[in-house]
Write a protein that binds this ligand. Structure first.
Ligand code: ZN
Length: 211
């Protein structure tokens, strides 16, 4: 299969929504931003999932997304940010992703909404496996899985998930927000939220510089 190139380096350099939040890790407001602070984090490597990245790439990705989560929570409060990855490894099965390139969703909402989405993941996938070190994700490099995290250093991996629907985290979040019919980013890019999200990201990064 020809890999898609949504996140290739040249494109990223020219697309205005990407910011380097940590060496080698880029965050950008996502198309289909269900809420304003809704980002995806990626690296320069071509890999279908975080699990399939090289050890170095995975370290860059998680350092970057945890940096972003920390900045967001410093502003929004504790436990207000969720991180998830759906559909690793692509394909047409239950784990099927929104796109065929690794990307982590980093979303700021409220702590109660974070809890509600977490509950939905557990209802669909059971307790999953708690991974405390992202290096361990390599075990899922060749398989489909869903990852959900509410705090740094705790990543719950669900690898048995026929009950997961496509874009699961997005679907559940959209439902809980009362906009369930608009979960699909292809039909609902949410341009206003994208603009706001970019402003928020820039102000978070400016704070860091000023500090
Ligand atoms: Zn996705």
């Amino acid at each position: 299969m020809q890999p898609t190139r949504h996140f290739d380096r040249a494109k990223r350099a020219t697309e205005s929504r990407w910011r380097e939040v940590h060496p080698g890790c880029f965050a950008g407001v996502t198309v289909g931003a269900l809420v304003p602070p809704y980002y995806i984090a990626v690296t320069d490597e071509d890999a279908p999932s975080a699990a399939a990245l090289s050890d170095g790439g995975r370290a860059q990705l998680f350092a970057g997304l945890e940096n972003l989560r920390g900045r967001l929570e410093a502003r929004m409060g504790p436990s207000t940010v969720m991180v998830f990855e759906h559909g690793a490894a692509g394909g047409a099965d239950w784990g099927s992703s929104c796109i065929n390139e690794h990307h982590m969703h980093v979303v700021g909402v409220t702590s109660s909404l974070v809890g509600a989405v977490e509950q939905a993941f557990v209802e669909a996938g059971g307790e999953g496996r708690l991974v405390r070190d992202w290096a361990e994700l390599q075990a899922w490099a060749d398989s489909s899985y869903q990852l959900f995290s509410t705090r740094p250093g705790e990543y719950r991996v669900f690898s048995d998930g026929p009950r997961f629907s496509r874009q699961f985290g997005r679907q559940v979040l959209a439902e809980r927000l009362g906009i369930g019919s608009q979960y699909n980013w292809r039909d609902h890019p949410m341009l206003q939220n994208m603009r706001l999200g970019t402003q928020i990201l820039d102000s978070l990064l400016a704070e860091e510089k000023a500090a």
